[in-house]
Ligand binder design. Structure first.
Ligand code: COA
Ligand code: AMP
Length: 631
């Protein structure tokens, strides 16, 4: 089918379109209608449908005779461990763990936090929660205990499931002390924790609170799938907003099933027997949607990769995995390819492997630069498809769908709007911007099934963050433009979210942490361009009057503070101390101007600046940091 025809089919009758897509899911009760708009702007998709996520990801494939098919290939390049798990084996592991959780008092609607590295038990935990209707909230391992504590207080989990440690190329990261500290810090306390002890590091357990993964389920057996109404949450995934308080994006059960299932064939062009590899982490939305749920809904084989594109052990790891498992579809962030390209610019390692099984490379998570796209397509000889989406949507909003009669790719753009998304570019006055004119990217309400119906326990914040600026539309927080052929380019964020190595981070949250330092009067953190990670946070710090300590020491303390409070994932390693921040006469910090100076771009001294001389001071401070980059 042609993309245009399908998009028009959706636009003419969105409810019919999604009810048709819902036929590909196994329901307990098929929904009698698609959309409930009675309580705008809180839309509900398939609210009277009864369904279970785990059943669709696992049971139905076993029932249909595909039990011996490999569901998960676990390849830990970091530990040199490999494991294949069939759908039958996955069912056994999930039912056992679900039964144990249910015996321990977890029931439908209870929250369970999962703080685990990239191991099969992370997927088993997620599926087990969905089997009994519990709402999981996975927290990425690179976050520190403070971030975990904030999530514990917001989600109020009855249980936490954690791994004893994460393994990074140069060190073992003990997760248990981070978990213990988070529980101590949080006001809410979970009833119990289940700890998966990894061979590399055994964590001491707290008696009457912590249970060993195997002990916990030793006497459990089977467990049926609990029926869940369409709009009831499957999971909460916290993501960065403009403050230190992350937003708890709620994922509705049925819409998630229907939309993800739809994307596998239509967007990713995945056939029944394709091996699908999303090289991300289960702690991010890409991991939720395309390591765990979508490939399993579609009965594909998914790859769970623990390692890095370089250094585990070399830049040939991705090609080794493609060859070894005959990967058909690879999805990762451009950063991963920039890292490989930097280590192996001529593609020496690619030549060592047979990557001919690969059909398509998908990139998302950050803007894909044309150098990276061209390098990847020259070396791999496959179409490279950029596509744009967010934690909030859970699946692609814009791209060049490979399952449909594929529209041509235009490098530099993220592609065309997908069914479900009426994407527009608006100016500050909510007027539609002209062709190629930069503005805020918005989507006309209602959003399609699977997208966030609200934020966890924060309906007002949901309205305020996403729906208040452009009435009748969802504000994506991204800026960009649409060309005359309808191709959409995503250029920048309109808020203070930055993207570091494909990880979404809030500079506002970093500023809040820095402000806790006793010597810091005020600060500003901006995301400067970086050749590898896309953007890196850079802090400008102003000290309290009378502080005459060594500046280097204060900078080191600031860096440690962000690492301890937010986590290593923030990659906050650069800061400078300056006299004052550049501000307008009304007191607004001129972050845009600071960014242009740091990135070496031309800028005009803003007419509203209260003291232009501060800009010279900033330039001098940045020279020490090699900003703007001389290369
Ligand atoms: N648990 C604990 N620590 C973690 C972690 C985890 N799960 N993930 C990352 N970290 C740590 C890293 O060890 C690093 O610590 P350091 O400052 O002590 O070196 C820090 O967090 C920053 O991590 P990262 O930004 O990933 O940098 P890196 O140098 O380790 O790796 C890349 C750089 C480019 C190789 C890597 O980021 C990458 O492959 N990114 C692209 C793919 C991707 O996962 N995208 C996600 C969305 S699709
Ligand atoms: P996350 O919610 O972590 O997936 O981050 C979503 C944000 O990443 C988006 O709002 C964009 O700012 C950015 N992003 C994701 N995909 C792309 C892309 N293909 N091009 C440009 N930016 C992207």
């Amino acid at each position: 089918m042609r993309y245009e025809d399908l998009y028009n089919e959706w636009k003419n009758d969105p409810e019919k379109f999604w009810i048709n897509a819902a036929q590909n899911i196994d329901w307990i009760n098929f929904p009698s209608f698609a959309l409930d708009s009675s309580n705008k702007p809180f839309y509900k998709w398939f609210p009277d449908g009864l369904v279970n996520t785990c059943y669709n990801a696992v049971d139905r494939h076993v029932i249909k005779g595909k039990g011996e098919k490999t569901a998960i290939i676990y390849d830990s390049a970091i530990r040199s461990v490999k494991e294949k798990i069939t759908y039958s084996q996955l069912l056994e592991r999930v039912t056992k763990f679900a039964h144990a959780m249910s015996n321990a008092g977890i029931t439908k609607g209870d929250r369970v936090i999962i703080y685990m590295p990239m191991i099969p038990e992370a997927i088993v935990s997620m599926l087990a929660c969905s089997r009994i209707g519990a709402i999981h909230s996975v927290v990425f391992g690179g976050f520190a205990s403070n971030e975990l504590a904030v999530r514990i207080d917001d989600a109020k989990p009855k249980a936490i499931i954690a791994g004893s440690c994460g393994i990074e190329p140069t060190s073992i990261i003990p997760y248990k002390p981070l978990l213990d500290k988070a529980i101590e810090q949080a006001n809410h306390k979970p009833n119990f924790c289940v700890i998966f002890q990894r061979d590399e590091l055994q964590a001491p357990l707290v008696s009457n609170r912590d249970y060993d993964w195997y002990e916990f389920q030793k006497s459990s057996s089977e467990c049926t799938c609990i029926p869940v109404f369409g709009n009831e949450p499957l999971y909460i995934l916290y993501t960065s907003g403009t403050t230190g308080q992350p937003k708890g994006v709620v994922r509705p059960t049925a819409g998630h099933l229907v939309s993800l299932m739809w994307t596998m064939k239509n967007f990713y062009g995945a056939g029944e027997n394709d091996i699908f590899w999303a090289a991300s982490d289960v702690g991010w939305v890409v991991g939720h949607s395309y390591i765990v749920y979508a490939p399993l809904f579609a009965g594909n084989t998914t790859i769970l990769f623990e390692g890095k594109p370089v250094g585990t052990p070399d830049p040939g790891t991705f090609w080794r995995i493609i060859e070894e498992y005959n990967v058909d579809i690879l999805f990762t962030a451009p950063t991963a390819f920039r890292a490989i390209k930097r280590s192996d610019p001529v593609g020496k390692f690619i030549k060592k492997y047979d990557t001919s099984s690969l059909k398509t490379l998908f990139l998302a998570g950050e803007r894909a630069d044309s150098d990276t796209i061209n390098w990847a397509s020259n070396k791999l000889k496959v179409p490279v498809i950029d596509h744009w989406w967010q934690t909030e949507t859970g699946f692609p909003m814009v791209g060049c769908p490979q399952g449909l009669n594929s529209p041509p790719v235009k490098i530099g753009t993220a592609g065309l709007a997908m069914p479900g998304f009426d994407v527009k570019v608006l100016d500050e006055g909510s007027r539609t911007s002209g062709t190629n004119e930069l503005g805020s990217i918005v989507v006309k309400l209602p959003l399609p099934p699977g997208t966030l119906p609200t934020l966890w326990n924060a309906d007002d914040r949901f309205k305020q963050s996403y729906l208040s600026r452009f009435p009748g539309h969802y504000d994506t927080g991204d800026a960009g433009f649409i060309d005359s052929d309808g191709y959409i380019s995503i250029m920048a964020r309109t808020d203070d979210v930055i993207n570091t190595a494909g990880h979404r981070l809030s500079t506002g949250a970093m500023e809040e942490v820095l402000s806790e330092h006793p010597d810091i009067a005020e600060c500003a953190v901006i995301g400067v361009s970086d050749d590898l990670k896309g953007q890196l946070p850079l802090g400008f710090i102003c000290l309290n009057a009378g502080v005459n300590r060594n500046h280097e020491e204060i900078i080191e303390e600031s860096i440690s503070l962000v690492r301890d409070k937010i986590g290593p994932v923030a990659s906050f390693k650069m800061a400078v101390i300056i006299e004052r921040l550049p501000k307008t006469r009304s007191g607004k910090i001129l972050r845009g101007t600071m960014l242009k100076i740091a990135n070496g771009e031309n800028f005009k001294v803003p007419a509203t600046i209260d003291d232009p001389s501060i800009l010279e001071e900033i330039k001098k401070a940045l020279i020490d940091l090699d900003y703007p980059k001389k290369s």
